[in-house]
Design a protein around this ligand. Sequence first.
Ligand code: ZN
Length: 103
Amino acid sequence: MKSYVAMCQCPVCGNDSGVAINRNLKDVFESSDRVPQLCSDCEKRINAGYCALIETIGTGKLAVRTGNIWFVKKEALLTTDKIMYIERNTAVEIGLYAKKNEQ
Ligand SMILES: [Zn+2]
């Protein structure tokens, strides 16, 4: 059954981030639809100049999120992207886990 409202979900952390409403009140959303919209916490960090680095196991279409997320200054990554993905083996190789433990 379609509806003119849908839940929003943060594409970074996966938390609920509000409700989307079709402005013309047309039933365009499926009940399972989740509209991607940053939550306030992730939006604050990204607006402060950080890129969300989302860890996965595997790459491409087979990539599965592990639940680990790092926020890294965009200048350090030489990117303007707000969201990037990193494969677990690479996260280990470049020392993301070591840094996390030191803090
Ligand atoms: Zn979030």
